[in-house]
Design a binder for this molecule. Sequence first.
Ligand code: PNS
Length: 162
Amino acid sequence: MGERICLYPGSFDPVTRGHMDIIARAANIFDQVVVGVLHNPDKRGCFPVEKRVEMLRKACAKLENVRIIAYGGLLAQLTREENIRVVVRGVRGVADLESETMMARINHQLNPDLETIFLPASPENGEISASMVRQLAAFGADLSAYVPSEVLPDILAAFAQS
Ligand code: PNS
């Protein structure tokens, strides 16, 4: 059997403890996890893509089977180029499940070789989102429970400048 590889795509603007939970669990299931920083046209970006990649690399440094990439095109195209047949997404509740199901169906239509599997967010991460982290950061709240400790200084520095 070949190497079991999956793509964990997202905006990661910035990476949160919720993302790290999914990455670590995917890394236990798959031989290799490719974390893809992709473009979400519905969201106005906060951190530049290069900074998101840099923060993910710091946060995932100890996970040997995790690789971080950035990609500006369609997820379905990326999976073809990387020969990946499984996408992993985390779901926090029914609202996520609804939108994620639609996304999974579209990606499967665009690339019929592709399957999406959902991992339920751990209960302690059920409320964490990157948008909430950005909002808390803008008001100077304590972020330590929500973002990986390796990237906390980067996030604080970015918001101190703005
Ligand atoms: O972290 P997010 O914002 O929920 O991630 C969404 C993301 C980036 C995975 C999604 O917007 C995406 O796949 N973007 C790439 C473009 C694409 O393939 N769109 C079609 C999916 S329906």
